[in-house]
Design a protein around this ligand. Structure first.
Ligand code: FES
Length: 162
């Protein structure tokens, strides 16, 4: 599906409220790596939100990038369980080895995967029990690990759909 179809799909899954806007912004960022104006124009057209409404939501969340950013974002958890399992060594290695045009590396608070520490998210896709070798592979081939947000929409349809 292209971006337009994916945003239309978001609208069908979340027909009411602002959940659709949030999900559509994830789609735009997944497509471009940041909230590109072309993608936001589609959000305006399909969901009917104004530019002001879109920016007021997007600027509230650290996760959304209003300026150009790499397509892939690796968020490594450094809370206590992951820290005890070497998360800071992984974070240091990732910052040193990542191509900044390809992967943006950042820390994140606990992501609820403590029993599989050290853990991380790649564009929202959970990465369990990370070790150095897999981390380097993620940095080299992030496209092999990114499952994106779309996989979850179908599961939520029963909760939010009509
Ligand atoms: S402490 Fe890292 S996932 Fe919970």
């Amino acid at each position: 599906m292209d971006l337009k179809e994916r945003i239309e799909n978001v609208k069908s899954v979340f027909p009411k409220g602002r959940t659709a806007l949030m999900a559509a912004l994830h789609e735009v960022q997944s497509e471009y790596g940041w909230l590109h104006p072309e993608g936001l124009k589609l959000v305006e057209e399909i969901l009917g939100y104004s530019e002001t409404e879109i920016f007021s939501l997007a600027s509230f969340y650290h996760y959304f990038h209003l300026e150009p950013a790499p397509r892939y974002k690796l968020h490594i958890c450094t809370n206590i369980t992951c820290m005890q399992k070497g998360a800071y060594d992984l974070l240091k290695e990732a910052v040193e080895k990542a191509d900044p045009k390809k992967v943006l590396v950042d820390e994140v608070e606990c992501i609820g995967l403590c029993d599989h520490a050290p853990a991380a998210l790649l564009n929202g896709t959970p990465l369990h029990s990370l070790d150095r070798d897999r981390l380097l592979d993620v940095l080299e081939h992030p496209e092999n690990y990114d499952r994106g947000y779309r996989a979850t929409y179908g599961d939520l349809k029963g909760l939010y759909g009509e």
